[in-house]
Design a protein around this ligand. Structure first.
Ligand SMILES: Cc1cc2nc3c(=O)[nH]c(=O)nc-3n(C[C@H](O)[C@H](O)[C@H](O)COP(=O)(O)OP(=O)(O)OC[C@H]3O[C@@H](n4cnc5c(N)ncnc54)[C@H](O)[C@@H]3O)c2cc1C
Length: 269
């Protein structure tokens, strides 16, 4: 999107092009907004005419079904990728910023985060709603206005768009911060899991239930990292759901362990 363009709109846009899982049929309008006013205008217009609106970050938690999504899908543009200091241990981070990039920036300035956050591959705007950040305040867009809210307003049920948030991190000095960052990437305290949670080691539980090396057409549970379900190319949301459901059921039956999903299936079949 060239400079100065406030929003780009694509009609009947296949969402498989815009989600990490590479699945998903079309939405009526795919909007990339590049300033707060554009975000607020999209929210207000959708409300005014009753269009359904879905906010999309990196799509690492959202598996879009083959039938696609009705209405408008809103994505924050490049202008919302930012990190800046407010105080020595207080960072304001843009909603579209990839979490690993924000944590790399923080580490290079001597700041460290909660170990669990280093494994999150998605965007900050989504993560601040679901993960354990020390939020001081957030700037959010709703249909009527863009404004500040405090941390209590955020959470998985939040309605609106997080355009940026201010978070407190731990000042530990660059050497320690960089060491924690590298360690978390190499050997994360809490191994990342893209599809299920609920066991100290999801990898171990899946292995003990003989679930690694399982493939269903173009989706698979890889032997190297069974906690990372993968789309081998052309895999469908339907197959991912089938594989996901049967794996969780098998772990429950064989291991007596109830794994919870970390993925959200959205859209129609
Ligand atoms: C390989 C892999 C490993 C993972 N490991 C972890 C892990 O270790 N820990 C962990 O917690 N998660 C993990 N996840 C899950 C996921 O990455 C996180 O939940 C991440 O925060 C989701 O961000 P996203 O931008 O991809 O969200 P999306 O899937 O795009 O959206 C998720 C939800 O947030 C909403 N949303 C997105 N952006 C905004 C915004 N700016 N304002 C308001 N609402 C918004 C969407 O509407 C949707 O409801 C992993 C995923 C993968 C693929």
């Amino acid at each position: 999107m060239s400079d100065g363009v406030r929003a780009a709109v694509l009609f009947d846009e296949p969402l498989a092009r815009h989600t990490a899982w590479r699945t998903g049929g079309p939405c009526d309008a795919y909007v990339v907004a590049n300033d707060e006013e554009a975000v607020q205008t999209v929210l207000a217009d959708c409300k005014a005419v009753g269009w359904k609106l879905t906010v999309l970050g990196a799509g690492t938690r959202s598996v879009v079904r083959e039938g696609g999504l009705e209405g408008v899908v809103l994505k924050l543009g490049q202008a919302f990728v930012s990190c800046a200091f407010v105080e020595p241990d207080l960072l304001v981070i843009g909603g579209a910023t990839p979490v690993p990039a924000a944590l790399a920036f923080a580490a290079s300035h001597g700041l460290a985060a909660d170990p669990a956050l280093y494994a999150v591959p998605g965007t900050f705007g989504a993560s601040v709603l679901m993960d354990d950040w020390h939020v001081a305040s957030a700037r959010v867009a709703r249909s009527r206005r863009v404004g500040e809210v405090d941390a209590a307003a955020l959470g998985p049920r939040f309605k609106g768009v997080v355009v940026e948030a201010t978070v407190r991190l731990e000042r530990v000095g660059s050497i320690e911060a960089e060491a924690r960052f590298r360690r978390a990437l190499k050997k994360p305290d809490i191994p990342p899991s893209s599809w299920v949670v609920g066991a100290r080691s999801v990898r171990a539980e899946l292995r003990r239930a003989s679930l690694e090396r399982i493939r269903l057409r173009q989706v698979a549970i890889p032997v190297e990292a069974p906690e990372l379900m993968v789309n081998l190319g052309g895999g469908t949301a339907r197959d991912m759901h089938l594989l996901h459901r049967s794996a969780v059921e098998r772990v429950r039956r064989v291991r007596g362990v109830k794994l919870e999903t970390r993925i959200k299936w959205v859209g129609s079949n």
